[in-house]
Design a protein around this ligand. Structure first.
Ligand code: 5GP
Ligand code: ZN
Length: 113
């Protein structure tokens, strides 16, 4: 499988893992945009949000649940944080295995940055 994130799941490519369970892996982004920038991915390969099936809905819920868990662990859950999922070119997706960005530890502006 020529997918960077699948290779991380298989331990063929190193990752700075911060959380793992049966369904989900989370690791620090290599190019952090905030003091905490974690990528939370399903262990099942799903290329984009457009490829989700109804049977994947629990998986996506788990990504969100792990994001909140990590926000609490990192101490910024109450101050607030941002979660982002980019889809395809216009959304800025560069890795085609769905992932939730968890960004925290600073204040964010909206809609960008
Ligand atoms: P996207 O642009 O697809 O929403 O997000 C992809 C993210 O993956 C980017 O934030 C990028 O920095 C991160 N990324 C790309 N290659 C690697 C890598 O080899 N290791 C890690 N830890 N993150 C990566
Ligand atoms: Zn993959």
């Amino acid at each position: 499988m020529e997918c960077l994130f699948c290779k991380m799941i298989e331990r063929e490519v190193p990752a700075d893992i911060v959380y793992e369970d049966e369904h989900v892996l989370a690791f620090n982004d290599i190019n952090p945009q905030a003091p905490t920038h974690v990528l939370i991915i399903p262990k099942k390969h799903i290329a984009t949000l457009n490829d989700l099936n109804e049977s994947d809905l629990e998986t996506v819920g788990r990504l969100q649940y792990v994001a909140a868990k990590l926000a609490k662990q990192n101490g910024f859950a109450e101050d607030g944080y941002r979660v982002v999922m980019n889809c395809n070119k216009d959304g800025g997706q560069t890795v085609y295995h769905i992932h939730m960005h968890l960004l925290g530890g600073r204040e964010f502006t909206w809609p960008a940055g």
